[in-house]
Design a protein around this ligand. Sequence first.
Ligand code: ARG
Length: 420
Amino acid sequence: MSSDRNSPAVRTASYEADPANVHRVLLLYSGGLDTSVMLKWIQDEYQAEVVCLTVNLGQPGEDYDVIRGKALQLGAVECHVVDARTEFAREYLTPAIKANALYGGGYPLFTALGRPLIAKLAVEYARRDGCDTIAHGCTGKGNDQVRIEATVATLAPELKIIAPVRTWQMGREEEIAYAREHGIPVKGGTEAAPYSIDDNLWGRSSEGRWIEELDHAPEDDVFQLVTRPEDAPDEPELVELAFERGLPVALNGERLELVELIERAAEIGARHGIGIVDHIEDRIVGLKVRDIYEAPAAALILSAHQELERLVCTIHQNQFKPQLDRQWAFLVYAGLWWEPLRVDLDAYMDQVNERVTGTIGLKLFKGHVRVVTRASPNAVYDASLASFSESGGLFSQSASPGFIELWSLQSRMAWRLRNQ
Ligand code: ARG
């Protein structure tokens, strides 16, 4: 790679690295083609040492020994593999569940929730290992660059950032040629570009190829996590999720740690084809794109949580909280995890969720999840009041006409003014 494709001479942001001062780089390493090419390229281009960091957020099917071996073989001075699943579940998925976090009505934010943690760990390991620069594999068109760079610039103003994929403008063909030339093993064939995948405990996304054609219906091979609904079992399955103070604590009566509970929920949901979302999305950098999501655990847990919340909250809380939920999801989607408003919103989410305790029964069948049973000691519900037959107690049916007269007063007056 010629160095005229190096970082631009003019650096737009204060945190972009000056090539002359890049000596030891912490590279966020996945083991894939982009970050493997980067690993070599950074050593050649900057004559810098590279420390790799690979973060386990519960992405299925990774062999971390292989990834670490590959990094060392490609010249990394060290490759840390960090199992951050518990921290991810406790500190990132927990508030997301309490906020029923969905962006654009359908995307449960797994990538958006993972990036601030990955970047925070990059800062920790960069400091520990005396690195001056953090490198990541994001392109210039996505949200992930925003999430990672905003995190690093917030938590570690002394560290600089390089994003080679954003500046080098190598196409896939060129990257593969570079890899061949530099002894970087390339997985699979070179024929078709694969989908662009990201995944963790909370879900999986696919982008690229035919997904970019909006009128192209999903092809079967995109679904690698969730069974296609048409192939799901012909018998429905009932699942019971118990919550305490807003968090799922048991599945079908068995108490489980959050990570394991999420993994089990994902497995059951995936078997029944649950959690597929074909999503048109407004990226924060202005682009409108399409993503195919598979998020079975989120589909189960968020449906149940939302239902339980509705049961224990009043009509006023139920009108208000979804507005804050939406704001929470937008901030996190938009890469502003460290923004104080998010913490303020969490205080409200925690407060409401103090009472979100109980059990929700879900019925899963061929791609659909439906709430079928509810139980909570905190339900603002009284079966005898709600029933059609009973009268008396706290509810007086004879008071209803008076209520209706006053409740509709302004609307009736306004209607008359407009219609006489
Ligand atoms: N559209 C989603 C988001 O912005 C998923 C992005 C997946 N990231 C990736 N590098 N493939 O959060």
